[in-house]
Design a protein around this ligand. Structure first.
Ligand code: NAD
Length: 260
């Protein structure tokens, strides 16, 4: 379906991003991976995708909190892949603490990575997309782009900001064949959430199972995690012609969390 297109997926060495990269490769996209992790594991992911789907797969280890590194990464995508036709702004981290105790460095990190990095990749990808008359930008939001939870000030602020960036990008790209949407997952059992489960279990003296049932899935009416494959399938749909009129939308995939 997307044969010949190139997708840059940030934060694709783990979790949701890795599943999106895999699914877009399955659809025929060339892929540029990004994120941190074990060098050998990343190379295995890169080579594995290329072999399984017969597409070109590259990797940038850019630290997206550094705007200069983002410029370098986008230069690499332009030079080696002819630019990103699909940009998935997905890299993100979480930190949980009351506002009065929230470490300033953690606030700066989360705003830089979860919000500002998407501005930089978008500003650098848009000219090429406009020139080609086609582009898809998918921002990984969260239920926390729509509603808040206590102790997640930086994350909720960044995700609400990303909702704003999504809408502006959608308006500016609309006449140029560019679409931009925000995917808003509920809880997905990735390393990011696993860290929260462990921290909460320790802080509240609960078992992992109790945290999953009584704290995490308490928010989700279906009482089930969203899977990374479901988000990846949704992302592929948003790149398909059936989704051509979906633009600037905040799309929940959260088991009904934000319906409450
Ligand atoms: P994850 O921890 O599994 O993956 C995060 C990815 O970001 C990794 O590839 C990591 O290497 C990369 N990364 C971290 N810091 C980076 C940096 N400075 N520069 C470049 N890459 C960096 O997490 P995940 O759960 O897959 O989360 C992916 C996205 O989904 C995030 O934006 C997160 O906020 C969002 N999200 C997650 C959930 C959930 O329940 N897991 C729910 C809603 C939204």
């Amino acid at each position: 379906m997307l044969s010949g297109k190139t997708a840059l997926v940030t934060g694709s060495t783990s979790g949701i991003g890795m599943a999106i990269a895999n699914r877009l490769a399955r659809e025929g996209c060339n892929i540029v991976l990004n994120g941190f992790g074990d060098e050998a594991a990343i190379e295995a992911e890169r080579a594995g995708l290329a072999k399984e789907f017969g597409v070109k797969v590259g990797y940038s280890g850019a630290d997206l909190t550094n705007p200069d590194a983002i410029v370098d990464m986008m230069g690499y995508v332009a030079r080696d892949f002819g630019g990103a036709d699909i940009l998935v702004n997905n890299a993100g981290v979480q930190y949980v603490a009351p506002i009065e105790d929230f470490p300033v460095a953690k606030w700066d990190l989360i705003i830089a990575l979860n919000l500002t990095a998407a501005f930089h990749t978008t500003r650098l990808a848009l000219p090429g997309m406009k020139e080609k008359g086609w582009g898809r930008i998918l921002n990984t939001g969260s239920a926390h782009a729509k509603v808040a939870s206590p102790f997640k000030s930086a994350y909720v602020t960044a995700k609400h900001g990303l909702a704003g960036l999504t809408k502006v990008t959608a308006l500016e790209g609309a006449k140029h064949g560019v679409r931009c949407n925000l995917i808003c997952p509920g809880y997905v059992h990735t390393p990011l959430v696993d860290g929260q489960i462990a921290d909460t279990a320790k802080a509240r003296g609960m078992t992992r199972e109790q945290v999953i049932e009584d704290v995490i899935l308490e928010a989700q009416p279906t009482k089930e995690f969203v899977t990374v494959e479901q988000i990846a399938g949704f992302a592929a749909f948003l790149c398909s012609p059936d989704a051509d009129q979906i633009n600037g939308a905040e799309l929940s995939i959260d088991g009904g969390w934000t319906a409450e």
